[in-house]
Design a protein around this ligand. Structure first.
Ligand code: ADP
Ligand code: MG
Length: 700
């Protein structure tokens, strides 16, 4: 078998210089090239007699075929431009083709050559008759394998400077001929889903067979595309299935989940658990009592009450004599968890501590000592928990809050602090279920899909230009009622100073506008004590308006805050805005989210803001977000730790994904390490696909 993993440089027609350009497109090997699919197709089939061209009028896109009758180079006197002109005839008529500044064509399009031309036809009634400027062309007799640039449906690729369509197409065509794609999907699956073979499918994706439907091609809705997507998903899901298999086979801690502490906690709550919370807690208890480590993703919209589910798990671990680590993405959030959890556990005689990088050296020393000796039961912190010096005596459970802020690597690192501890991951990024499955496929999924019943939907208004005054009115009104307000400033890294200045000035302005209220300022550059002090004053209603950069983006909980004002709202992504809005509407009062922008913002920005006005549903917003940004950016490819998809599309091909997932898990169930001969090729392909993701090896 020709080596598909050969570097692109060695493919005929490439070489070192072009190899660099291909790498810009993410193409490093033969296989990368073959799976580099066109982003659209153009129909250059349907060859017209030249005589009929004038009927379709000026500018119609047409393809003709004929013989070069004559050719010449013309120099325009004034612009000193050189034009190469060729006259082509097909027996029915003649057409002139012109190319600007491409004199070398005189050596290509010589008299008597047979050519196919595709381009926009212009009509000149005096001199030329029909003519084309810079049409695509292809010489027929030099191309024994058939036409690839014209006279057919032609693939159009995303190119880059220095790699023209023609070059990519030519190299692709050569590679398809020289490298054999061996089948890797078992026959029974191909038959079951009516999928074409691998080589055929890949060839058809680049050079669709005659009679293909151009619309279907442009929607990637052909059996060739389906086959390629299925293959990608299958390899992806096989990786996940194997990973999951390994994880659950590990020997873990069987916790006794029937101790008294859960009941004690739940009866101390000032509210009744929602049925979703109850269900999720049951799922967690089931996992924890089992012989294998829990590996569960808890997903639920902002404010749905994930913390209490996590706390239940934490207390079960503690009750069984184990320590728990709770990792949050920011100090503010870690501190809030710390305070919040203490209100429940202090009376139960359970100990906790906080560990962040802002800790003074002496305090840190003591905290580390207490963790090592097993004196503290619950350790709450930021990624500072991952540092080498942090050693647990008996870590039984690791909880990670707001997973989307961490990479897969960090998940693994925390887990390694114990011996096969249970892992619970929480995320408020509401990912549609099929997508969550594919991205976090090695995790079991729990979903809290309802908000506590007392919640009143937040009113969201996008105020642009002069309507800023309205925001002041609303703020004043709410302050009079004794409510509190967040004002958020975006913090773009490159211009941190400028934005900080913006936030500071805003705080001063507000202080002048509302002299009888106290305005606080919170930003990422403050020391953690300062931050804590400010957050505490806000929680205690001593600060009434909190101006903040996005450090409060996730998780903060102050029920008396009823207004969320977002400055420069156009700079935030949809899920970020939704997160921010989730900070209000937590009490029993009607809350508002005011999105402030200038009058002049981009189309995408407008779209985001009107979605925010329209919808309060995290899942709906996530789907819109996915549509606007595409899955790569939505998930942050690097963070997901899954291989990149080249042909398949998580949104478009959700059904194919589901089928592939089912088959992959079936295969792994029957053949847990894929050692059977019929699965060998599939396994090799899977390993190569996954190898490009360095996170994988480090996870479990
Ligand atoms: P998130 O899922 O965003 O982390 P939290 O766990 O912080 O949400 O909960 C948000 C708020 O809702 C907290 O103040 C919490 O005490 C409260 N809460 C949680 N569960 C319920 C419930 N079943 N009924 C009423 N309030 C609840
Ligand atoms: Mg939370």
């Amino acid at each position: 078998m020709a080596n598909l993993h050969k570097e692109i440089q060695y493919i005929k027609g490439v070489g070192p210089a072009r190899a660099k350009l291909f790498k810009r497109l993410g193409i490093a090997t033969v296989e990368d090239l073959l799976y580099y699919s066109p982003f659209r197709y153009e129909d250059r089939g349907n060859i017209k007699p030249i005589r009929d061209l004038c009927q379709s009028g000026s500018d119609a896109y047409q393809t003709v075929q004929g013989k070069v009758m004559s050719a010449r180079v013309i120099v325009t006197p004034r612009q000193r431009m050189k034009i190469f002109e060729a006259t082509i005839g097909d027996g029915s008529g003649q057409i002139t083709a012109k190319w600007f500044n491409q004199v070398f064509l005189k050596n290509v399009l010589k008299k008597d050559k047979m050519v196919v031309l595709s381009g926009h036809v212009k009509i000149d009634n005096f001199v030329y008759g029909p003519y084309m400027e810079g049409p695509e062309f292809e010489i027929i007799d030099s191309n024994e394998g058939g036409l690839i640039h014209t006279g057919r449906i032609v693939p159009i690729y995303h190119g880059t400077n220095g790699l023209s369509q023609k070059v990519i197409r030519g190299i692709m065509n050569g590679a398809l001929d020289s490298y054999q794609l061996k089948e890797i999907i078992p026959d029974f699956l191909l038959n079951k889903y009516h999928l074409p073979g691998r080589a055929e499918a890949i060839k058809d994706i680049h050079f669709p067979p005659e009679g293909s439907d151009i619309d279907k091609l442009n929607k990637c809705d052909t059996s060739a595309h389906k086959r390629a997507s299925f293959e990608e998903f299958l390899l992806l899901e096989l990786g996940l299935a194997l990973k999951k298999g390994v994880v659950t086979k590990e020997h873990g801690i069987s916790f006794n989940v029937n101790g008294p502490v859960t009941d004690k906690l739940h009866s101390a709550l000032p509210f009744k658990l929602t049925s979703s919370q109850q269900r999720v807690i049951d799922e967690i208890r089931e996992d924890m009592s089992g012989p294998h480590p829990m590996n569960r993703l808890l997903q639920g919209d902002v404010g749905c009450g994930k913390t209490i589910a996590a706390l239940t798990a934490i207390l079960i671990a503690v009750e069984n004599g184990y320590q728990t680590a709770l990792m949050a993405p920011t100090e503010v959030l870690a501190e809030q968890h710390y305070r919040n959890i203490r209100t429940y556990i202090d009376q139960l005689g359970i100990t906790s501590c906080i560990l962040t990088s802002g800790l003074r050296a002496r305090d840190r020393e003591m905290v580390l000592q207490n963790i090592l000796s097993g004196k503290v039961d619950i350790v709450i912190g930021t990624h500072a928990l991952l540092e080498e010096g942090v050693v647990f005596k008996r870590l039984g459970l690791a909880v990670i809050d707001e997973q989307h802020k961490f990479g897969v690597l960090q998940r693994g690192a925390l887990k390694k602090k114990g011996y096969n501890p249970d892992v619970l991951i929480m995320t408020a990024t509401p990912i549609p279920r099929t997508l969550a499955m594919s991205v976090y496929g090695d995790l079991d999924l729990s979903v809290i899909d309802e908000l506590p019943p007392d919640r009143i939907p937040v009113i969201t208004e996008w105020l642009y230009g002069g309507r800023r005054k309205d925001a002041y009115f609303i703020m004043k009104d709410e302050l009079k009622k004794g409510r509190q307000i967040y004002v958020i400033y975006p913090l773009v890294e490159e211009s941190e100073k400028v934005d900080l200045k913006g936030a500071t000035e805003m705080a001063e302005r507000l202080q002048k506008a509302f002299p009888e209220y106290r305005i606080g300022l919170l930003h990422g550059r403050m020391k953690s004590e300062e931050k804590e002090e400010i957050m505490n004053s806000f929680k205690g209603n001593e600060i009434h308006v909190l101006v903040s950069t996005t450090v409060i983006e996730v998780g903060v909980d102050v029920p008396n805050a009823t207004v969320m004002v977002v400055e420069h709202a156009e700079r935030f992504g949809l899920s970020q805005l939704h997160q921010l809005r989730g900070r209000v509407g937590r009490g029993s009062e009607r809350s508002r989210c005011l999105l402030l922008t200038n009058a002049n913002i981009s189309e995408d920005g407008r779209r985001r803001l009107s979605i925010m006005e329209r919808s309060g549903n995290g899942f709906e917003i996530a789907e819109e977000d996915l549509l606007i940004r595409g899955p790569g950016e939505f998930f942050g490819t690097r963070q997901t730790g899954i291989p990149e998809l080249r042909v398949a599309n998580l949104l478009r091909d959700a059904k194919i994904l589901e089928a592939a997932r089912k088959e992959a898990f079936d295969i792994v169930m029957k053949d847990p390490v894929m050692e059977k001969p019929e699965n060998r090729l599939l396994r090799d392909a899977m390993e190569i696909k996954w190898k490009n993701r360095l996170e994988l090896g480090t996870v479990s």
